[in-house]
Design a protein. Structure first.
Length: 298
């Protein structure tokens, strides 16, 4: 999803969170994967990552509280209809649960605009207090950002795991996973970059992908991952590389390098991705659950 700090500037997404006014979403990338024992996958993958020379720099197991995160309070952007608050998030048994539910409330338009606004739903969003991203410094030329997530099910729901930094969009946004509505077997990834602060998004080509997995992503936990290098952004699902955004004159991948991003987890409702649909067709409630978030560098 995307944050827009020029409050007069509105961006409608064609697919997801963070944000984008781009309508050119590529044909779905289809990946056939067998169900994997995810507890075994997590252990095996972590061991392999360490053996490959990666250093763990952030580890959130959600076993106590949200001290490593900033909690978003207020509405957001993209014409979403949820008010984010702390009460919609619980940490128990090593799992973060974000609950979106239909509940008419009033609250601030967003953290940067105190104007009161009516909302149809309440939900939750958190952002890391620390920032992450590769640079030319030895030992941090590559980053891996992973999370094990059970996506929310139901029309109108818009769960996401992504990164961004300010000023947006000049320093970029990377949507590792976002999903929408009843499309339970697919998720989307995106890159956003603007040439100047608060300018419209650059009309890059091949910066949005739809990944068809042929399994229900809302019925269990799966690992979503970004491998971030100077000239490429790799998207992985359960440890398997499914797409690479490579640097070229159209994607601006290289412009993201050297910028430190916050990591975001949130469950939005409605918004540009559901443009033209009545909220009457949205589910009354849904859950997004997160097992852990890890960040490595080398």
């Amino acid at each position: 999803m995307t944050n827009i700090y020029n409050l007069g500037f509105t961006v409608l997404l064609s697919l997801f969170l963070a944000c984008s006014n781009s309508n050119e979403i590529d044909v779905a990338v289809s990946v056939d994967l067998e169900e994997i024992p995810l507890e075994n996958l997590a252990t095996k993958e972590e061991m392999q990552i360490t053996e490959d020379g990666w250093q763990l720099v952030f580890d959130e197991a959600f076993d106590s509280n949200l001290d490593q995160w900033n909690v978003w309070l207020g509405g957001a952007f993209n014409n979403e209809i949820q008010l984010y608050n702390r009460e919609q998030m619980t940490v128990a048994n090593g799992i973060l649960t974000i609950k979106a539910e239909k509940k008419p409330v009033n609250g601030v338009s967003n953290p940067f605009n105190s104007k009161n606004k009516a909302f149809e739903y309440v939900s939750g969003r958190i952002e890391t207090k620390n920032v992450f991203g590769p640079s030319n410094k030895e030992g941090e030329k590559e980053y891996r950002i992973l999370s094990r997530i059970k996506l929310a099910e139901g029309n109108g729901m818009w769960p996401a795991f992504w990164t961004y930094t300010n000023p947006w969009p000049t320093l970029g946004e990377i949507d590792i996973v976002e999903s929408s509505g009843k499309q339970t077997t697919k998720f989307h990834s995106h890159i956003f970059h603007g040439t100047e602060v608060n300018a419209p998004l650059t009309k890059n080509e091949d910066t949005s992908k739809t990944h068809e997995l042929n399994i229900d992503l809302t019925s269990g936990f799966h690992t979503y991952e970004l491998i971030w290098k100077a000239e490429s952004l790799g998207i992985l699902f359960d440890g398997q590389l499914i797409h690479t955004y490579k640097s070229d004159s159209k994607k601006y991948v290289e412009y993201l390098f050297g910028n430190k991003h916050q990591i975001v987890l949130n469950l939005a409702v409605g918004g540009g991705v559901f443009e033209g649909l009545s909220s009457d067709s949205f589910v009354d409630s849904a859950y997004m659950q997160v097992d852990w978030v890890k960040v490595y560098k080398r």
